[in-house]
Design a protein around this ligand. Structure first.
Ligand code: CO8
Length: 373
């Protein structure tokens, strides 16, 4: 039987950063402008005055300190509050393709492989910058890969669902190796005018190379022991942007065409589901939580991750057991758990076990149990 391994990972981090104080200053300027413009209506009770945001709240409620973004100026302009990412001509590489190529080249180089060794590309992320042709086929062409490519979207769980698709393709012989790439431009669909969520997301791109064990060096990378996926429909994280928007002009420009969530409900409902999914997955592989050396969890909220790790382990986790990258990156959707894995796996020893686990809109949860080779 063919076995699949993760032989290399890569990360593209946009150079621009916005810390909480900068973000809050711009948001509060926007609030002051809005309240001044609507002073009469606010006075007459027709419009509700907007409230200031606060860095102290953001760090306490989420653990986020800063985020990397493709464009800083547009987001921090209180009259715009949206990144400025100029359109490119059809003859140029798209922005997501550029990010994907950068992360993929690092993954290939770390695995000691070239494009000639890869048979497939899956672009798995929350937002594609166009409907078609598939982003993955553009990335495939840019990297010079023969074979096939396709896009998929399961919001924050896209990368782990993509990993399962890659494992299937490798283990059933459809591909020798598959690149799973997650170019997340979350700033493009975040409502920076919404006090409840303006601080949540950042931009980044990850890439993972999944190969046949037989094509890798002894001791290289991580054996994939199993993948487990779970979904349950919920409206608590939603984005109604879509191709039918133009068919009803009354909805254009409404806030539901960007990311919206009931954050508290998500926290309460998803945390136990995630802990249960990890425990069930370990059990199905004949393992127990005590066997885990590390959990690379989705990076949305620090308190949520501590709660999930505590539920899984039955005790408080050490930072070393559930590493945190959201302080630096914020929530980068599907890239988050893979960034944690990419940055925090070098110290594991042969035989050490870990779980990569994503969770988010859908609801969707993806668990991937790996063992250091
Ligand atoms: N500044 C100051 N005060 C604030 C602010 C702010 N910015 N925002 C809210 N408050 C106030 C509220 O008004 C409230 O005040 P009061 O108590 O007087 O009513 C108080 O703070 C508490 O508000 P909340 O209950 O909303 O705050 P929480 O403690 O619940 O924290 C969080 C909010 C941080 C959002 C938290 O609920 C959370 O992180 N939940 C988990 C969310 C999560 O994991 N979501 C996953 C979504 S990601 C995903 O699936 C990917 C989607 C695709 C990506 C798309 C890219 C854009």
């Amino acid at each position: 039987m063919i076995k699949a391994v993760i032989s290399g990972t890569g990360l593209y981090t946009p150079p621009a950063t916005i810390d909480n104080d900068e973000l809050v200053e711009a948001f509060n300027q926007f609030v002051d402008l809005y309240n001044a413009e609507h002073a009469d209506s606010i006075e007459q009770g027709e419009v509700t005055a907007l409230q200031h945001s606060s860095s102290a709240f953001i760090e306490k409620a989420s653990g986020i300190k800063r985020r990397h973004v493709i464009d800083k100026e547009g987001i921090l302009d209180p009259r715009r509050m949206t990144p400025y990412i100029p359109e490119r001509s059809n003859d140029e590489r798209s922005v997501q393709c550029d990010m994907a190529v950068s992360a993929s080249e690092e993954a290939l180089s770390r695995a000691g492989k070239t494009a000639a060794d890869v048979d497939a590309v899956i672009v798995a992320c929350s937002n594609m910058q166009r409907a078609y042709p598939a982003m993955a086929i553009e990335v495939q062409q840019a990297l010079g890969i023969e074979g096939f490519a396709y896009d998929m979207n399961v919001a924050c769980s896209s990368a782990t669902f993509g990993l399962q698709a890659a494992v299937n393709s490798v283990e059933n012989g459809a591909a020798r190796s598959v690149l799973v790439v997650s170019p997340e431009i979350c700033s493009g669909h975040l409502n920076f005018r919404d006090r409840d969520s303006h601080f949540i997301f950042g931009d980044a791109c990850t890439a993972i190379l999944v190969e046949r064990e037989a094509d890798t060096r002894a001791g290289q990378g991580f054996e994939i022991l199993g993948t487990s996926l779970k979904t349950k429909f919920s409206n608590n994280i939603r984005n109604n942007f879509g191709f039918l928007n133009r068919a009803d002009e009354s909805g254009i420009g409404k806030p539901d065409k960007l990311f919206v969530q009931e954050g508290r409900k998500v926290f309460k409902e998803v945390s136990p589901m995630v802990a249960q999914t990890i425990q069930n997955h370990l059990g199905s592989l004949g393992l127990t939580p005590g066997d885990l050396r590390r959990m690379w969890l989705h990076q949305a909220n620090l308190n949520m991750n501590q709660l999930i790790a505590r539920k899984v382990l039955g005790r408080d986790p050490g930072l070393d057991e559930a590493p945190v990258i959201l302080d630096e990156y914020a929530n980068t959707s599907s890239a988050g758990s893979i960034i944690a894995f990419h940055k925090h796996n070098d110290d594991l020893e042969t035989g050490d076990l870990g779980v990569i686990c994503s969770f988010g809109a859908g609801y969707s949860i993806g668990s991937v149990v790996v063992r250091r080779r």
